[in-house]
Design a protein around this ligand. Structure first.
Ligand code: CA
Length: 538
């Protein structure tokens, strides 16, 4: 915790030794002693009816060492609401740190607390094996699919998903850790991608004293804005008997053409678009190349309607005539004319419910959102909804935006408390707009000033990274970077990421560049080696 760390910073080394000495005594019997432990509602900052440990298990492994897996649930105030299921993994030798794992999509499952942090290195012991206490929750409901938002019809489950589960789970974990090791943590971190990335930002925004550092990958920070974009895409594609739908073969052709056209702008013909800004400057030529000649309309070219609706919505996003939380009224679109493969669905036809796969992915996510978070009386007509004129739904959209969105640019409390933020976005993300993350980053800098911002935040835009994999799926030790920064005050510098895709580029490395910089090939040397690239901004 920050307060603890700041007051005890002089005794840090002694503190770590003390934690280790105590930890050495933490074994199977102490693990078993945690069974049935009750955490009272007074120990939890937000409304619950308390929590309890339902199960403990002493686990001995070759690669992760020995640890105590503590499972349990936090009980709701509303008897109709589901409990929050959680897991806390306590290593036999604790390094004094706690790491909370974020979720994905609409959550409903426990994160993998035995794995690396999002895009963590594959050749380094995972956090639990390094001595971290790792923990996380299902965010307050269980679901077979992370696409399922039906839980949100319960107000408490919705508020838990929106933000409350984060703090409720931390408070429980702090009590369990206190009981297990009889000492306070040196540092508490949160790490996640997408929904987990949004949760990391929520942690820093809402509880700046409770978290010392967070890692946020491609966060759904402008959550409601993103869902509105999915709704706009739905209309763009399916209006007028799906006249805006573009066949997957043509989508792939556009992607390959754009990638090829922009590849060398980064100095290396390596299949990656490194200089995304320059690539965007020539995007209109991609449209010209694929535009149907007058009088022609078939599956191999883009009609004026497809360009004006679908291509524009995907590439340029929208501006609303009203504001959501924190003054956001735009969603900026994607690098869809720069190589990103858009997901417009495999089938031309519109269907309700809208399902990701046959239908556009974002149209489906937005459908779930409206059905369960916005429309509480089943009067909503998705196929004709206009995001610019939401009518009776406007108030609810703003209310949900204020609850769930994580795009308040004022992170000053977190910065002042010594918190550190590592924010990472992939340029090829088809799910969270890279330019949306840029817009949020820029607002933070504008709000706090460049000096303050650089003292607590790093923002990396990685070429090739999609939402998860991509054409360059980076692995690098963001957790070590964060921990050194928080504990030792060492600012992150000169990291390289290793490609973990399965293809021929696996194992190649690239520098991790701070936005607006990007990695340019030096012109000679090894295209597979980060050493032969340099971060530049033009
Ligand atoms: Ca390239």
């Amino acid at each position: 915790m920050n307060a603890f760390y700041l007051t005890a910073s002089v005794g840090m080394a002694a503190c770590l030794i003390a934690a280790d000495a105590k930890a050495a005594e933490f074994g199977e019997a102490a693990c078993s002693d945690l069974s049935g432990m009750v955490i009272t509602r007074e120990s939890i900052s937000l409304p619950t009816t308390g929590a309890e440990v339902s199960k403990t298990e002493w686990v001995v492994t070759d690669d992760l060492g020995s640890f105590c897996r503590v499972s349990g649930a936090t009980h709701p105030v509303d008897a109709e609401a589901p409990p929050i299921q959680w897991e806390i993994d306590l290593p036999s030798i604790w390094n004094g740190r706690m790491l909370q794992y974020g979720g994905g999509g609409y959550n409903g499952v426990l994160p993998d607390m035995l794995g690396p942090v999002v895009h963590g290195p594959l050749d380094t012991p995972v956090p639990l094996a390094q001595g971290y206490v790792t923990f996380g929750s299902d965010s307050g409901h269980t679901a077979m699919s992370t696409n399922d938002a039906s839980f949100a019809r319960n107000a408490e489950a919705l508020a838990n998903y929106g933000y409350m589960h984060i703090r409720k789970t931390l408070d429980v974990a702090l009590m369990v850790v206190g009981a297990a090791y009889e000492t306070e943590p040196v540092a508490v971190y949160y790490a996640g991608g997408s929904t987990g990335g949004r949760e990391a930002l929520i942690a820093a925004l809402r509880w700046p004293e409770a978290y010392d550092g967070v890692i946020s990958y491609y966060p759904t920070a402008n959550f409601v804005g993103l869902r509105l974009w999915g709704s706009a895409l739905n209309r763009a594609i399916y209006d007028d008997a799906s006249a805006g739908w573009i066949p997957p073969e043509l989508v792939k052709e556009i992607s390959a053409f754009a990638t090829d056209r922009c590849d060398e702008l980064g100095g290396a013909k390596d299949g990656l678009v490194a200089n995304m800004a320059a690539c965007r400057e020539q995007s209109s030529s991609v449209i010209e190349h694929f535009a149907c000649p007058e009088g022609r309309a078939d599956d191999r070219c883009l009609t004026p309607l497809q360009i004006e609706r679908t291509i524009r919505t995907y590439h340029d996003g929208y501006t609303l005539p009203y504001e959501l939380a924190n003054g956001f009224n735009t969603y900026p679109g994607y690098n869809s004319l720069e190589g990103v493969i858009t997901n417009l669905g495999t089938k031309r036809g519109y269907a309700e419910p809208v399902i990701s796969g046959p239908n556009a992915h974002h149209a489906a996510r937005a459908y779930e959102f409206f059905q369960h978070m916005i429309d509480q009386d089943d009067t909503f007509k998705y196929s004709t909804f206009d995001i610019a004129e939401p009518g009776p739904y406007k108030e609810r959209l703003i209310e949900i935006s204020e609850m769930i969105d994580a795009n308040d640019p004022d992170l000053s409390a977190f910065a002042q408390a010594g918190g550190k933020l590592i924010l990472v976005q992939g340029a090829e993300d088809p799910s969270v707009s890279p330019w949306g993350t840029v817009a949020y980053h820029d607002k933070i800098v504008e709000t706090l000033g460049e000096d303050t911002a650089s003292n607590f935040m790093r923002f990396y835009m990685l070429p090739g990274l999609a939402h998860g994999g991509g054409s360059f799926a980076p692995a690098w030790n963001s957790l070590a970077a964060l921990d050194s920064w928080v504990i030792d005050g060492i600012e992150p510098v000169d990291y390289a990421a290793t490609d973990t895709t399965d293809g021929v580029t696996r194992g190649r490395t690239l520098p991790v560049c701070q936005y607006p910089m990007w990695p340019r090939f030096k012109g000679q040397g090894d295209m597979r080696s980060a050493a032969d690239f340099v971060c530049v901004s033009n």
